[in-house]
Write a protein that binds this ligand. Structure first.
Ligand code: ADP
Length: 428
């Protein structure tokens, strides 16, 4: 049996990719699984990241799903486990970070773990147990107004303690800067004081790299994606091109974009301005033309794309500016508009693959989820990074039986303006 070293459980889809990307860049061969797989891992890998959607579901369900992921990762041979959450520590007073951490600790029979969302490259730093987003405290960063997980306290020891039965403590920056020996000694000291989970300060990548060797013997780590930059070295791995190697790219190229973020709107504009073929989809037209012959949005779109694909990448987008989106939402309802567009774009993605597309860019977190599901993808090998947090991936799927599909799933605000063209030029 193929055996992995590190088993990761991520509480959302794009967060899983972000973590996987950091691990690959530091030398690990990583597969991302969408949900808990029913089968053993398909590819050769050092690590599997199981992507759940457990950030805001009831705590008991998040615990149950995370334990199922843990059990599967154990069957794949993982020796250390990593629970990945958001770098803004998104949670409610009930969890789910605390309850999931404690359930995993119980299952692994371990009395100590760490918690740090620090990711300095992404402007998330932890100092004296307080989380900063850029130059401001978490509680002043806009996250205090988040609709599902308002973060009104930047003191992570206090926030996590409110979600935990076990005692929460702190490994502060004065210990972290001294490196491995001091951190290990501090862990022993906290353990002796009855502390079970320590928030760890980190204000730079150097802090995260100093922290990593001290984590070698902990069965469970909990963190954002930042801690991952130092972990592969613990398994004797160093950055290399082989970690991110994917099968050679083949087939036709297309972009499907359902994100309405500012960055994605600029990317759509840049692609069209470069003279590339781009077709916009108006959600209101989808409703007005229910699948009547010739009026079906999916069929019409594919008929438009079919003759163009041979000349290079095409773009199909529902992306629109905020005012237009608000008008659509006012007429259709926010959720109804969202799911109608997602279903339509996912069917278009499937149709494009049937037309021979084997290199697919998808923009939008929810849009990506819908496309991956429609394409029957359950595992993806993580490849080279295109832009921070956005790697190319490769998946085997029944809809592309001739060597699988290269795809990249870009969450809304990621990527430079020329992302939709640049992505293909980076794939060889
Ligand atoms: P992001 O990563 O930018 O948040 P998502 O794909 O997660 O992107 O979310 C965008 C949501 O907006 C999806 O539910 C999508 O179906 C919906 N949507 C896309 N285009 C439109 C539009 N023109 N009008 C209304 N909703 C739209």
């Amino acid at each position: 049996m193929k055996k992995i070293s590190l088993g990761c459980i991520a509480d959302d889809f794009t967060g899983a990719t972000d973590l996987a990307n950091n691990l690959v860049r530091a030398g690990m061969r990583v597969v991302q699984a969408i949900g808990v797989p029913a089968q053993p891992i398909e590819a050769d890998a050092d690590c599997v990241v199981v992507a759940l959607k457990s950030r805001t579901i009831p705590a008991a369900e998040a615990v149950q799903q995370s334990l199922a992921a843990l059990r599967w990762l154990q069957t794949q041979g993982a020796e250390q486990f990593y629970f990945k959450y958001c770098s803004t520590f998104d949670s409610t007073a009930q969890g789910n970070i605390g309850p999931v951490t404690e359930a995993l600790m119980d299952a692994l029979g371990t009395d100590f773990s760490i918690a740090t969302p620090a990711f300095p490259d992404n402007q998330r730093t932890v100092f004296k147990g307080h989380l900063f987003v850029g130059d401001v405290l978490l509680s002043e960063s806009g996250m205090q107004n988040h609709p599902l997980t308002p973060m009104t306290d930047a003191n992570l020891v206090r926030v996590l303690q409110a979600q935990c039965q076990r005692k929460v403590g702190l490994i502060d920056y004065r210990v972290v800067v001294q490196g491995e020996v001091a951190i290990v000694a501090r862990i022993a000291e906290l353990r002796a004081q009855g502390v079970a989970i320590a928030v760890v300060d980190a204000v730079s990548n150097a802090d995260l790299l100093r922290l990593a060797p001290a984590l070698k013997n902990l069965p469970l780590l909990t963190a954002g994606s930042g801690v991952a930059i130092g972990l592969p070295a613990n398994f004797g791995l160093a950055p290399s091109n082989t970690a991110s190697a994917l099968p050679p790219a083949q087939g036709l190229q297309a972009v499907v974009s359902g994100s309405c973020s500012l960055a994605t709107n600029r990317q759509v504009q840049a692609f069209a301005q470069a003279g590339r073929p781009a077709l916009g989809i108006d959600p209101l037209q989808i409703v007005r033309n229910p699948s009547t012959p010739g009026g079906n949005t999916v069929a019409r779109t594919l008929a438009w794309a079919a003759p163009l694909l041979a000349q290079g990448p095409v773009l199909i987008y529902s992306s629109a500016h905020a005012d237009t989106v608000k008008l659509v939402q006012a007429q259709m309802g926010i959720e109804a508009a969202g799911s109608l567009v997602e279903t339509t774009l996912a069917a278009i993605a499937q149709g494009l693959v049937n037309l021979g597309v084997r290199q697919l860019v998808v923009a939008g977190g929810e849009t990506s989820g819908a496309c991956v599901q429609a394409l029957g993808i359950s595992q993806m090998k993580i490849g080279p990074q295109i832009d921070p947090g956005v790697p190319w991936c490769h998946a085997q799927t029944a809809v592309a039986p001739d060597g699988g599909l290269h795809l990249t799933l870009k969450s809304g605000n990621f990527g430079t303006d020329d992302f939709f063209s640049k992505a293909f030029s980076q794939l060889v």
